[in-house]
Design a protein around this ligand. Structure first.
Ligand SMILES: NC(=O)c1ccc[n+]([C@@H]2O[C@H](COP(=O)([O-])OP(=O)(O)OC[C@H]3O[C@@H](n4cnc5c(N)ncnc54)[C@H](O)[C@@H]3O)[C@@H](O)[C@H]2O)c1
Length: 474
């Protein structure tokens, strides 16, 4: 059955209720296909040059506060306005903007104060780092008001939201970039260059994960510190996302570099995926344990948390496979983007960066260093040291911010566009669907509407254009 946008919502509802027919044939479950036809291709789109990039920030909690200070260090940036529900956070962020010529204006005190910020005429770019449910409403409104937008990860929660981002970006011709910082890690960029230079031969398989223990680690991230209300990075809104949403709800950190190495959206495309979750063996127990110390947790006792480990497997049209995993609640060391494997070689990031070209073993240190020396691309040579100096997850956050501003100031396409934001984010909703249907395969929507066959490559790590933006004198 060909499913259009109108009845997709109806069918998605049936799917949620477990009533969709299971065919058992790969690729036959299409609850999320869409009749969208591309009106304008935002891939490779270069917006008119901006000499100055005037920014408004929405959501300045633990992540957004850091964005303000990092973007403010880049030449040509003017921080115009800052919005958060919590007035103290706005004040701290405003105070952190050291260029005292014009202090940014504050927006706070109401759920919708961000709309007023988006409506200002003297803003070019909105950076949003709010809870997930607000990402797309803010992005859509910002683009409608003529602003480019940078959205934290994951950009969207549902497939419908993914399509809304695509449609709005195409119609308004405003950039909609997901702030996928992980793609700028040293080893990620090296791996991408190795892929492009043919080190792996034909890429066959990639693996990306978000294995990041937030339940049992020494910082006890799910335990509220009653004295200062510090959640150590895990906020109540994020705790709630982990109830009932059974799937890979945070897929983008592991996936980005794999998609870029495989040229997904510009040369190959995801076809279908399957996803399976374990039971929850730790999170519900953690709520019971916490509730003994703090009444806040009592409403969470006895609720269904998603399974600890989710494993998803994606197949592309060219026949490659991707394995993604998500587990934030088992006591084990971190793993993010991990493997690219091809007909001639393999790169693996964890437990430590390594490459190999045969079954004989990982290259010894001197040969590995020679590979790094030969294949480190221009972007790292040019801004690697500056990024490490300014920092943010070891520099990746600054490099992402720098590159976004450098592209806007030079009027060149961004490294990641709205199709990347939609595709990478969509895995969350697709995995939830597959998990709810015993791991049945589900078609991945093609957000490029077929343009992936002819789109040219994104993510210019060789800095063919631009690259001239410096640190600001402040
Ligand atoms: N890329 C990364 O490495 C990375 C790391 C951490 C978080 N994140 C992402 O950043 C985002 C924010 O995460 P966080 O950890 O900073 O959460 P947080 O709770 O610390 O910050 C969210 C902020 O949004 C504000 N907010 C909520 N509703 C609002 C509204 N209606 N108007 C204005 N402000 C509002 C909150 O008051 C809070 O200050 C999430 O999307 C998360 O996934 C990304």
């Amino acid at each position: 059955m060909k499913i259009n946008r109108k009845n997709f919502l109806k069918i998605a509802g049936l799917a949620g209720a477990g009533m969709i027919v299971k065919t058992g044939q790969a690729g036959k479950n299409e609850p999320f296909q869409n009749s969208h036809s591309q009106k304008f291709n935002m891939h490779g789109y270069a917006a008119p040059k901006l000499e100055k990039v005037r920014i408004g920030f929405i959501g300045v909690g633990s992540r957004g506060g850091g964005h303000v200070t990092r973007f403010n260090r880049i030449e040509g940036v003017e921080v115009k306005a800052i919005c958060d529900l919590v007035p103290e956070r706005v004040k701290d962020a405003v105070d952190s903007v050291k260029s005292a010529v014009n202090k940014p204006d504050s927006y706070t005190g109401s759920e919708n104060a961000w709309k007023k910020l988006c409506e200002r005429e003297d803003i070019d770019l909105i950076i949003t780092a709010t809870p997930w449910a607000l990402h797309v409403p803010i992005a859509l409104y910002a683009m409608e008001q003529g602003k480019h937008v940078g959205i934290e990860v994951p950009a969207a929660k549902t497939i419908e939201e993914c399509w809304q981002m695509v449609e709005t970006s195409e119609r308004t011709r405003k950039h909609c970039m997901m702030l996928a910082n992980s793609a700028y890690g040293d080893f990620n960029i090296l791996t991408l260059n190795l892929a492009r230079e043919g080190f792996f031969g034909e890429i066959v398989h990639g693996e990306g994960t978000y294995i990041h223990d937030r339940v049992s680690n020494t910082e006890s991230r799910w335990v509220r510190d009653k004295n200062n209300n510090n959640w150590f990075g895990f906020r109540p809104w994020r705790l709630k996302e982990n109830i009932k949403r059974n799937g890979n709800i945070y897929p983008t950190h592991g996936l980005g570099t794999v998609c870029q190495a495989m040229d997904l959206n510009y040369g190959d495309q995801m076809d279908y995926m399957v996803s399976i979750s374990s039971n929850d063996f730790t999170m519900a127990d953690k709520m019971k344990e916490n509730a003994k110390m703090d009444d806040f947790y009592k409403p969470y006792v006895g609720l269904n948390f998603r399974g600890n480990m989710n494993t998803s497997i994606i197949r592309t049209h060219k026949g490659r496979t991707i394995m993604l995993q998500h587990d934030i609640s088992s006591p084990r060391p971190d793993v993010r983007f991990n493997i690219i494997s091809g007909t001639k070689g393999i790169a693996q990031k964890y437990p430590h960066p390594a490459v190999a070209t045969s079954h004989d073993g990982w290259l010894p240190e001197n040969e590995f260093n020679a590979v790094v020396e030969k294949y480190t691309p221009e972007i790292n040579k040019k801004v690697g040291a500056m990024s490490k100096e300014i920092g943010g997850h070891g520099g990746v956050d600054f490099m992402m911010a720098w590159r976004l501003i450098d592209c806007l100031r030079n009027g060149i396409p961004l490294d990641m566009d709205v199709y990347d934001a939609a595709l990478w984010s969509s895995i969350a909703a697709l995995s939830e669907w597959s998990v709810a249907h015993d791991g049945n395969p589900v078609k991945v929507p093609d957000f490029t509407s077929g343009a992936w066959r002819t789109n040219k490559r994104n993510m210019d790590i060789t800095l063919q254009k631009g690259g001239n933006t410096k640190l600001a004198e402040r």
